[in-house]
Design a protein around this ligand. Structure first.
Ligand code: GLN
Length: 615
């Protein structure tokens, strides 16, 4: 595996903070370098590095972040994770409990009665979890373990054979613990194999940046944010972080959760990792340890980072943003579909009865509840509602029954509700339609984007409150282009127009046409105007209805079509050719003046519509 490409950011407030903390705590020489493993005693107490990797893979670091040292007990949560996925949670729980011990890392206490180790973060529990891997029958279980750690770090890791031998020769206490476990039948493999594998995993060489990447992998739901590889399942991450929060810092775990408030793990070589779920991983390396076996500078740096960046997981300040980003009605939010004057009047009068809720962020159970109460608040006064998911980053499946119930409640009050942009959350969308199917109710109405949903609201209001024939063929006298003309002028104009029909789906004008000679006076149906986006797709910029004109800009400016127009339904229109316009200009200049004035007025409406659409 090649070393990961990390983007180290050098000039940011976070980088400045890490540098400040490094400077602040470097002079603190308190604590003792571990010496019970003789090889560890050779570490220089001045070595000091801090790294942070965010869930999007950005890396910040200061000091000795590339100096290699042994992972020691920070291996414990990783092997615990491996065991959870290899043999399943139930089997793991049959070998190790998850109770904080309030005792030192090398405590020899086992749970009275069951004889189980108290948790996987103290040596006894870690040896038990390692035994679950050795029991799987691999040739060299340590290779399986090392592979896992390498995936966490995003590069191939090695073992420091000297530290391994040093601990293997002197680790009598850990051997004693292993024999006690063997005696309690926590495992029945050879004690030596288990202990040696455990010592080897503890002797894995890492640097501070590796540890921060490991922590960030736990922070970002088990996906290594640098390599993008999924290392763990989400449920495993939750289990691992839970024991890290309650047991990761041994007999200082309570104080740590209280002051720093982050799941963490320390190792006797001087490393510490801390995890802010969903956001970032922190690692500190500094060999001198306090009486609990935790790095002195490591603890202080984590306390300060948590305090200065407000990272404590219990902090009320870390509330997610409100799930409803903004709420609008059809009075201030309109689709791109152009509306006739009659339709506009209906929307002005009844637009408040269609409401749009733009949702945002990560929608949890609580967010689903908040959306429900906002959406139901004025349900009696609402005929149409849209929940827009465009700015929603993720949505928990726990919200499926909640949103389904919301739809039902809405319908009970006589309203209709639709979801726009829900397709960006396919798992949720599928689960929702499955649930509706199961309950024997019609599927939820969905739209590809908010514009289409708004158009649905508008049409709904127009149908409900307007007495408009849905597809009238306008006479020329009712067309917007002829307002103010005398009956004689309308007859004259008619004699210069052709009548043309299009079927739904027909291409009317293509954006590649040049030197165009005609325009349309639309008398029935619906036309979409599309423009090509940079990505090569088409984006709808307007919808035209009867009474409007199409193509006059290109014809009058002698230029090119602004976009491509397509008939959405059957369309009928009068065609005015530029040659006929010239004839009219000499026979009845005042007719042409009125026509132009009308075209400009209609264009003004379209421009102001466009402006409203650019928020
Ligand atoms: N290998 C060490 C031991 O078992 C790990 C202890 C630790 O890092 N706290 O003693």
């Amino acid at each position: 595996m090649p070393a990961p490409e990390t983007s180290t950011r050098t000039s940011s407030p976070v980088q400045a903070l890490l540098e400040r903390l490094h400077e602040r705590h470097a002079p603190d020489t308190s604590g003792e370098v571990a010496s019970y493993i003789p090889e560890l005693a050779t570490a220089d107490p001045g070595w000091f590095g801090i790294s942070m990797v965010t869930a999007d893979g950005s890396t910040y670091e200061v000091g000795d972040t590339r100096r290699k040292f042994t992972i020691q007990s920070i291996s414990k949560p990783l092997t615990f994770a491996l065991a959870l996925e290899a043999v399943g949670e139930q089997e793991v729980r049959r070998h190790v409990d998850v109770e904080p011990s309030g005792e030192a890392f090398n405590s020899i206490t086992l749970q009275p009665g069951t004889g189980l180790p108290l948790n996987p973060m103290v040596n006894a529990g870690a040896i038990a979890t390692t035994s679950l891997i050795t029991s799987l029958g691999f040739d060299r279980p340590i290779d399986r373990i090392l592979n896992e750690y390498s995936a966490f770090a995003g590069r191939d890791l090695d073992i420091d054979e000297e530290v391994f031998s040093s601990e293997n020769e002197t680790g009598h206490r850990n051997r004693a613990i292993a024999h006690l476990l063997r005696n309690a039948n926590v495992f029945d493999d050879g004690v030596e194999d288990v202990v040696e594998t455990y010592f080897r995993q503890c002797a894995t060489l890492v640097d501070c940046r590796d540890l921060a990447t490991i922590a960030a992998t736990l922070a970002s739901t088990g996906v290594n944010p640098v390599t993008r590889e999924r290392v763990l399942r989400e449920d495993t991450v939750r289990n691992v972080l839970s024991v890290m929060a309650s047991c990761g810092m041994y007999d200082a775990a309570g104080d740590w959760l209280y002051t720093v408030g982050l799941p963490a793990k320390s190792g006797v070589a001087g490393g510490i990792i801390a995890v802010l779920p969903g956001q970032l991983g922190i690692a500190v390396y500094s060999p001198p340890l306090d009486v609990h076996g935790n790095s002195v500078r490591g603890v202080k740096v984590c306390e300060d980072i948590s305090d200065e960046l407000h990272l404590h997981v219990m902090s009320p300040a870390r509330r997610p943003p409100p799930p409803v980003r903004v709420e609008r009605t059809c009075l201030n939010s309109r689709s791109k579909r152009l509306r006739s004057r009659v339709e506009q009047a209906i929307l002005t009068q009844h637009g408040h009865r269609a409401r749009v809720f733009e949702l945002q962020g990560e929608l949890s159970f609580a967010a689903g509840e908040l959306v429900t109460s906002s959406a139901l608040a004025d349900a009696d006064e609402t005929d149409f509602a849209v929940l827009d998911f465009n700015a929603v980053r993720s949505i928990d499946l726990i919200d499926v029954p909640i949103f389904s119930h919301l739809v039902e409640s809405y319908e009970e009050t006589g309203g209709e509700i639709a979801f726009s942009d829900i397709d960006r959350h396919p798992l949720f969308a599928d689960a929702l339609s499955r649930q509706r199917d199961q309950d024997g109710i019609h599927p939820v109405r969905t739209f590809a984007d908010l514009d289409l949903a708004l158009e649905w609201c508008e049409q709904g209001l127009i149908d409900r409150y307007g007495d408009i024939d849905p597809d009238p063929e306008l006479g020329l006298a009712q067309h917007g282009a002829t307002i103010g003309m005398s009956p004689e002028q309308i007859t004259l104009l008619a004699s210069h127009l052709d009548h043309r029909d299009y079927e739904a789906g027909d291409l009317i004008y293509d954006e590649t046409e040049t030197a165009v000679h005609e325009m349309l006076l639309v008398t029935s149906g619906k036309i979409s105007v599309l423009i090509r986006t940079e990505g090569g797709d088409h984006r709808r910029v307007a919808t035209l209805s009867p009474g409007m004109t199409l193509g006059e800009v290109a014809m009058l400016s002698g230029g090119e079509r602004i976009g491509t127009s397509v008939a959405d339904t059957r369309v009928a229109a009068y065609v005015l050719e530029s040659g006929d316009l010239e004839v009219l200009r000499s026979t009845d200049p005042s007719l042409v003046a009125i026509l132009f004035e009308n075209l400009i007025k209609m264009m003004a409406v379209r421009v102001s519509n466009l402006r409203d659409n650019i928020h």
